[in-house]
Design a binder for this molecule. Sequence first.
Ligand SMILES: [Zn+2]
Length: 310
Amino acid sequence: MRVRVLGSAAGGGFPQWNCQCPNCGALRRGKIKARPRTQTQVIFSPDSKVWFLLCASPDLRQQVLAAPELAPPADRPSPPIGGVFLPNAEVDSVMGLLHLREFQTFFVFATRGVQCVLQRENRIFGVLERANPPVKWQTLSAKGRLGCHMSEDSSGPADFICATVPLGGCYPDYVSEEMLRAVPPEEASIGFVIEQSEKRLFFAPSLSGSSAMWKSEVESADATLIDGTFWSDDELMRTGRSSKSAREIGHVPLSGPGGLLEQFPTKGKGRKILIHLNNTNPILDEDSAEHRMVLDAGFEIAYDGMEFEL
Ligand SMILES: [Zn+2]
């Protein structure tokens, strides 16, 4: 399976349009050794022909245009995008669906809870139904395994498996109280294990800390793309971006007691790659001590254009 990172930043990207934190300010002035990054978007392909999207990033239009493999082939009117997997209903994960609205049909894989939030409470996503045939919603359970096919004909053996892993966490702030009472909490945020030919890719861009089920997946994955949003729990407060801690907005920080670096299983042999990096995160500065520390701990740091084969 081929995997490409089209975007590696958290919400807002890097730099963020309204942010003057040390990272964003220095990047604008050319005073930092760091790469600009668009918002988190990963694509994978079991056969290098049909591609699937993990997340639907707010930057999806520019990301698709920059990925020649996603362009419609000369002999066919439709692009080789088989489907989109949504890990949660956060704006950063779903807004890109609106970029895919041009009368195109494809599969959208999401939990029932995420589907309810998008379909019943956010009517703008109804534009996806204008395609003929309309977009096909596929229901994922918070913990399960789904055989997936690359073609419309799903009678043969699955081309790959998508296993789902509950990551804890909450539904986004914009979801109404009434909807929150109606949707299962465990369906708010899930990770994906994509399995093909005995290779496993684990994608978990948002670790809340309230579930530890991600740990066993890390141990068996050949590559893990995991939540590297914040370095420290008080990062947003110190940079004046928010009065909330990293944990309060659903992300275990990398450093400190109970942080990802401390919790990460030592048994796993696969590549461990940090993704969904917030613009305030000091690991973005390639000359920083924090950048060096994560590399020394055996992690890679995702960047836009990163590509690998499993
Ligand atoms: Zn910033």
